[in-house]
Design a protein around this ligand. Structure first.
Ligand code: HEC
Ligand code: HEC
Ligand code: HEC
Ligand code: HEC
Ligand code: HEC
Ligand code: HEC
Ligand code: HEC
Ligand code: HEC
Ligand code: HEC
Ligand code: HEC
Length: 291
């Protein structure tokens, strides 16, 4: 490293040498990279100018930057190849062809290797790195009902593997449900009575990043339920007049107590007051998710 640190020393505006306080600076480890294993031999850069501050100095062989309007011509593949060379497999098994890779996002778009603590590896600072490109999700995580992301108790990487996956949307487990159920075991089932939209995808009713309808619901009941259930019974529950006036008539002719239905409405929980276990039921008589 002496070749490079002759010029690039503590006087740099950005503290480059704190790399020696990271895992890339563990001198006792033979796998540890030198300046040149990342930036290339850069012979012309080293010899090409007269000293520090020389404007015409050729750039090093490999410069790590995110492709942007300011840097439109960076060769993403070359940058990534350097890092992948030492970091093949593991979490990065599916980097090739992943959503990030195919849009020229590079390792250094997320990782800062010269600082003592890479912000993307820490749950409380990670999301800011992601938000620099994902503005929609930033807004979502500030809604009333969210996963505890802002609190730093969770990171985006609890659900996503940003390096690439085999499933959709870079989800760390193969599917939406496997991802959610890895933490929410109660909703996993199998249930004696399954509710089809639950077994299909939690995201039929929930949003992962944030919602103004607790708990993380796409809409409030009864509207949530009525987006799929439009039968007479469902329609009547939602009509206040009908409930006050008399009995609620089920599609099969059964009558429900008006009082019960009205209370259901007043509670603001609508369908959920009667259909209490919407994720599925293990009760022999729970086919309508009432117990
Ligand atoms: C003779 C002095 C000198 C030596 C030796 C030297 N550099 Fe530089 N380097 C510079 C100057 C001057 C700049 C441009 C100003 C700056 O950013 O500090 C620069 C810039 C860079 C940049 C930023 C390039 C960019 O476009 O953003 C990198 C990366 C770099 N050097 C890496 C290295 C590496 C790796 C070595 C060792 C192989 C090395 N340098 C050796 C003087 C030197
Ligand atoms: C693990 C790979 C790696 C090693 C080892 C490494 N660098 Fe870097 N370097 C990077 C990356 C990635 C960037 C882009 C900015 C960042 O991530 O901090 C960078 C940025 C730079 C810059 C430009 C800083 C700026 O943004 O203005 C200079 C100069 C530089 N490195 C010099 C060095 C020198 C000198 C060494 C040896 C002491 C070295 N690098 C070792 C990966 C590396
Ligand atoms: C010459 C091999 C080599 C190169 C090139 C290299 N690394 Fe590493 N990297 C390592 C080693 C060795 C470790 C420590 C691994 C360990 O402790 O298990 C490491 C660790 C890391 C870590 C984990 C740090 C931590 O604190 O846990 C990250 C992130 C990382 N490298 C990213 C990068 C990126 C990004 C690049 C390209 C800019 C890169 N590496 C290039 C060898 C390399
Ligand atoms: C979109 C952002 C992003 C990009 C791009 C990215 N990483 Fe990461 N990387 C992360 C996050 C987030 C973590 C922490 C993962 C966790 O907590 O499970 C991580 C962790 C790591 C680690 C440490 C964990 C381990 O597997 O040992 C290494 C090494 C690493 N990345 C290397 C790379 C390399 C090499 C590339 C480029 C091919 C890359 N990363 C590209 C976000 C990114
Ligand atoms: C440099 C910009 C950049 C950064 C930083 C970044 N991403 Fe992305 N991400 C993209 C681009 C570009 C896409 C491609 C899809 C698109 O157009 O939005 C994408 C797509 C995604 C997707 C959606 C994949 C799909 O199938 O639609 C997820 C999930 C994602 N990123 C998560 C993350 C996470 C988590 C982080 C932080 C660890 C992160 N990203 C950091 C640029 C970035
Ligand atoms: C609780 C799990 C979870 C967490 C935490 C999480 N996501 Fe997601 N994310 C998902 C799921 C599930 C999807 C797919 C949504 C769908 O298909 O409707 C998704 C989709 C995305 C998409 C694609 C959006 C689209 O419209 O296709 C991006 C980008 C994204 N997430 C970024 C992030 C970022 C950035 C963070 C951290 C702030 C984050 N996610 C945290 C579960 C999560
Ligand atoms: C890494 C673990 C983890 C994963 C994966 C996860 N969650 Fe969560 N979830 C949590 C934590 C922690 C809370 C907050 C619990 C609390 O505050 O008591 C939470 C809260 C919730 C809540 C709100 C509960 C309430 O009472 O307000 C819902 C709904 C939820 N998650 C749905 C999902 C869905 C849907 C997915 C998949 C897209 C998912 N979760 C993936 C950990 C996770
Ligand atoms: C048919 C719509 C629907 C689907 C699909 C759905 N949920 Fe829910 N979920 C709800 C409703 C409605 C609530 C609020 C229950 C209440 O207030 O009593 C809820 C509440 C939750 C809660 C908060 C704790 C609780 O039980 O009150 C968690 C956690 C949760 N769901 C996780 C999941 C997971 C994981 C999946 C996928 C396996 C999933 N949900 C699928 C409608 C759904
Ligand atoms: C994404 C669509 C969707 C949403 C949202 C939805 N359901 Fe369902 N629900 C279904 C499907 C599909 C079935 C099974 C087919 C059927 O019997 O109609 C079902 C079955 C049911 C059944 C049993 C029906 C029977 O005949 O055995 C009840 C009760 C029910 N849902 C209540 C609710 C409630 C309450 C909500 C709101 C919390 C809700 N559903 C939200 C799609 C949905
Ligand atoms: C006052 C209690 C109550 C409320 C409120 C209620 N239900 Fe029901 N629901 C029932 C009962 C009891 C049955 C079972 C009737 C039977 O066994 O024939 C049922 C049956 C159903 C069925 C099965 C098919 C059908 O139409 O018979 C669906 C779907 C359903 N409810 C959806 C909803 C939706 C959606 C809402 C909210 C808009 C809702 N329910 C509100 C008590 C209620």
């Amino acid at each position: 490293d002496a070749v490079c640190t002759k010029c690039h020393d503590e006087s740099e505006a950005k503290p480059l040498l704190s790399i020696y306080q990271t895992k890339h600076g563990v001198r006792a480890d033979a796998r540890t990279p030198s300046c040149q294993s990342c930036h290339g031999r850069s012979e012309q850069h080293v010899s090409g100018g007269k000293g520090v501050g020389e404007a015409s100095r050729p750039t090093p062989d490999i410069v790590f930057k995110t492709k942007s309007a300011l840097n439109p011509t960076l060769d993403a593949a070359t940058q990534v190849e350097v890092c992948i060379g030492c970091h093949k497999g593991g979490q990065r098994m599916h980097w090739e062809g992943s959503q990030h890779s195919s849009r020229d996002v590079v390792c250094a778009s997320c990782h800062s290797v010269h600082v003592k603590a890479d912000p993307v590896l820490n749950k409380s600072s990670q999301q800011e790195v992601c938000f620099s490109c994902h503005k929609t999700e930033r807004a979502q995580t500030h809604r009333l009902s969210t996963h505890p992301l802002a609190a730093g108790k969770m990171g985006c990487s609890d659900c996503h593997n940003p390096h690439g996956t085999t499933g959709p949307k870079l989800l760390s487990k193969g599917s939406v449900n496997e991802t959610c159920q890895s933490c929410h075991a109660e909703q996993r089932g199998p249930f004696l009575w399954e509710h089809e939209p639950v077994t299909e995808a939690c995201t039929n009713c929930h949003t992962p990043h944030g919602s103004n309808n607790a708990p993380l619901l796409k809409a409030r009941a009864p509207w949530l339920c009525q987006s799929c259930h439009s039968g007479d019974h469902a329609a009547q529950v939602n009509s206040g007049a009908n409930l006050q006036g008399g009995a609620l008539t089920m599609a099969n002719g059964n009558q429900l107590l008006a009082g019960a239905a009205a209370r259901a409405q007043m509670g603001g929980r609508a369908c959920l007051n009667c259909h209490m276990v919407v994720h599925g039921s293990n009760h022999p008589a729970g086919s309508k998710f009432q117990r």
